[in-house]
Design a protein around this ligand. Structure first.
Ligand SMILES: NC(=O)c1ccc[n+]([C@@H]2O[C@H](COP(=O)([O-])OP(=O)(O)OC[C@H]3O[C@@H](n4cnc5c(N)ncnc54)[C@H](O)[C@@H]3O)[C@@H](O)[C@H]2O)c1
Ligand SMILES: [Zn+2]
Length: 378
């Protein structure tokens, strides 16, 4: 995929709200981005014609820190979900149904997800299914959720036998992105989201990639002037891809850059060792190495990517993980179509190329190049 815009993200005043329209096949909705955007939530809800009965769904870590900012949005008690990926299941969805049914919520109600990707996915799924569908507004509070999971309408929960196996497409009515909310995010969570921003740079925007490399200290300090432009550019790329390909038939596949090997790393470590973004960081390095081996990516570009990832901070080790286990896990990946592994390779910084003929030997070589343990099986 190559991205049409080559201009650098605008260095506008971080406090001036930015609007991006997501033009999904099932409807158009706004993403509003800006430092302090949450204060405008009541107006935004009116503007998109949101129902008046509004239920906020959040988690305690988020609500304790940011709940005060929502006093003007809803008079209903918030539905607080247990925190963490291990609660991203159908039992937690039931909590939302229970609260809505007890409150006699009819179809003219709105759910507002205030939280990270876990709360957003669960709430979105509850909204997609309660009374066969009620609207949802996403107010993402992690960097990952702001640049990725809150946009695009994928909702769902995990099953004991696999991640995200139960779900529905349900586009939000609006997405409200306030980078000031990231001030309280633990550094490791912040960094995990930032790897997805690196991904957007590699797949679609050289200026974004360069900006990250140049402004890393300001970004890590959560300085809105440094942060808002990279969040904005990431949202634009995600919105653009979703607009062209709501259900992942073609262009949306580029978003899987770094995710094939990344998912395998998460799976073989039982989702305990890596934050998702950390595994994607390694996955991007694997794909970059494959790109170098296939001649689509220059060694200097791979080195620039590796150096940016190194500068961002330490990653959990992969030295003890046998390449064979990862290869086996990749063989079970959703991206295997008719027995062939689809792989998103970088084609220079700012564009990608999907190939479907990556061999086990090539993959093994790329995995060991990033430090995974050599092994002969399978
Ligand atoms: N729907 C999609 O398209 C899509 C895309 C990517 C990822 N996802 C999903 O997103 C989930 C991961 O989301 P995540 O990384 O945001 O994790 P998360 O939702 O678990 O949040 C991480 C932690 O940060 C806390 N937190 C959130 N906001 C905070 C804040 N402002 N200050 C302090 N603490 C805060 C949360 O309570 C949680 O403990 C996964 O389940 C993944 O499957 C979905
Ligand atoms: Zn991801």
């Amino acid at each position: 995929m190559s991205h049409p815009r080559n201009s650098a993200p605008a260095a506008a005043d971080a406090r001036v709200p930015i609007r991006i329209e997501v033009r999904a096949a099932s409807g158009t909705y706004p993403i509003e981005i800006g430092a302090g955007a949450v204060a405008r939530l009541p107006q935004i809800l009116d503007e998109v014609g949101a129902p008046r009965r509004r239920f906020i769904v959040s988690t305690s870590p988020v609500w304790n820190r940011h709940g005060d900012g929502f006093a003007a949005v809803s008079s209903e008690a918030p539905v607080l979900l247990p925190d963490g990926e291990r609660h991203k299941n159908i039992v937690t969805v039931m909590r939302i149904y229970d609260a809505l049914i007890r409150a006699s919520a009819d179809r003219a109600c709105l759910l507002i997800a205030v939280g990270g990707g876990v709360a957003g996915d669960i709430t979105g799924f509850a909204a997609a299914t309660y009374l066969r569908g009620v609207p949802v507004v996403q107010v993402p509070t992690t960097l990952l959720a702001q640049v990725d999971s809150a946009i695009g309408g994928k909702t769902g929960v995990n099953h004991p036998l696999g991640k995200n196996l139960i779900g529905a497409y349900h586009q939000p009515l609006a997405v409200v992105v306030d980078p000031l909310m990231l001030a309280t995010l633990p550094r490791r969570e912040f960094r995990a989201g930032l790897y997805e921003v690196v991904k957007y740079g590699v797949i679609a925007s050289r200026p974004l990639f360069d900006r990250l490399a140049e402004e890393l200290p300001g970004i890590f300090a959560r300085d809105p002037d440094a942060l808002v432009p990279v969040v904005e550019e990431s949202c634009r790329i995600k919105a653009d891809v979703v607009g062209r390909d709501e259900r992942e038939a073609g262009p949306r596949r580029a978003l899987n850059f770094g995710h094939t090997a990344g998912h395998a790393l998460e799976a073989v470590t039982k989702y305990r060792r890596f934050r998702h973004g950390e595994a994607v960081a390694y996955g991007m390095l694997v794909a970059a190495q494959l790109g170098v081996m296939r001649g689509t990516f220059a060694p200097a570009e791979r080195d620039a990517l590796a150096s940016l990832i190194t500068k961002m901070g330490p990653l959990p080790s992969v030295a003890d993980l046998p390449a064979g286990d990862l290869l086996q896990s990749m063989g079970r990946d959703k991206k295997v179509v008719a027995g062939r592994l689809h792989f998103v390779l970088p084609a220079g910084i700012g564009s990608t190329k999907v190939v479907n003929d990556v061999t086990t030997d090539e993959l093994r070589e790329a995995l060991t190049a990033i430090g995974v343990r050599k092994s002969d099986v399978p």
